[in-house]
Ligand binder design. Sequence first.
Ligand code: IMP
Length: 431
Amino acid sequence: MSNVAIIGAQWGDEGKGKIVDLFTHDADIIVRFQGGNNAGHTLVVNGKKTVLHLVPSGALHGDKLCVIGNGVVVDPEILIEEIDALKAQGHLQSDAQLRISEQAHVIMPYHKAIDLARERLRGKGKIGTTGRGIGPAYEDKVARVGIRFVDLLEEDTFREKLERNIEEKNFYLKAILQEKALDFAEIHDNYGRYRDKLKGYVTNTGLLLDQRIRAGKRVLFEGAQGTLLDVDHGTYPYVTSSSTVTGGACSGSGVGPQHIQQVIGISKAYTTRVGSGPFPTELDGPDGETLRREGAEFGATTGRSRRCGWFDAVTVRHAVRMNGLTGVALTKLDVLTGFKKIPICTAYRFNGQTVDEFPASSKVMAGAQPVYEEMDGWDERLDDVRKFSDLPATVRKYVKRIEEVIGTEIILVSVGPGREQTIVLRNPFDR
Ligand code: IMP
């Protein structure tokens, strides 16, 4: 019996939400282990669209336990909004369906103010963050001044930490970032209210997960963002501030590695990225426009239009190795319909050299010229196809070639946003 991690194999937005939702049927517990409300998972179930930023996608299934692990940074205001919205739609009817780690860090108003002000001051060199305070919240965690849920729950601890932090942050906001100071009393009152609304969900989730796993329950670890946005293994410094790779699933949930048997990477059949940073296969011309239009490539969280390009095997191979992927789900294959030729990037050229492995140097990555292999395109619509053998031969050839160049089995292809528009070749929970 397997527990499964689902990890973004590119720069996020690979369609993880849909795949997580699909495999949620086979899991008892769904765990978020990193990131915060910078993530946005769009789910389309029975034609109805739901966007979740914090609550794991399992919330749409009444019998699943959703866990927000210790590695997540939580904006309590947003979480409350999301819980209320889900409840209003008839989901999350029992409070016992959601658990928040007492060790998860709380995003504070100064984190958001710092995130936004820094991006403004960076001007052209900005990272293109989602402006949700994610980076500054993780900074405080590592600097050992963060406020965890367990701290928020203890009024005296919370007051003391908030007083100390507000003093320091207000100095930084005013003197360095030329921003207004924040008001202690207002934050204290608001967060007191958030505490009252959320305290019933807060617990020792690492222990809870261990108990459930020992009792034979099946866990799905739901990654957010993607491998190339990982703070260690991504296109640093144009990354997010958490460990988006499989290793992060262990540290971010308090579950040992022996409990994760299958790791599925999600990759689009092409590539997208939001925010700044290198993107070797990016298409600036009409082909990029076509991908954006056909793929509706606009961010679920910020609404920003996504940068689009061809499939990049160098980055996905890196994701395969870094995460120990046991399979890849290839999404949005239908979007490629209509292209005469579809290039696959198999390596880069930089300074006259061939680069086969993902380079750590931002300079090499920024100057990398893709080496393309051209595949034949197809004109057939794929959104109604439900069997791999019913896909046109050119499409099957494209999928098989991707499988070869990344060196990993493709276990699923997705041909549309709906749950039913999916061709599952192997269910990871069956291993
Ligand atoms: P932050 O996570 O808001 O600090 O943003 C850092 C970088 O990660 C920026 O380039 C964001 O656009 C990117 N990013 C953060 N979350 C997501 C996501 O869920 N999908 C895609 N990109 C993301």
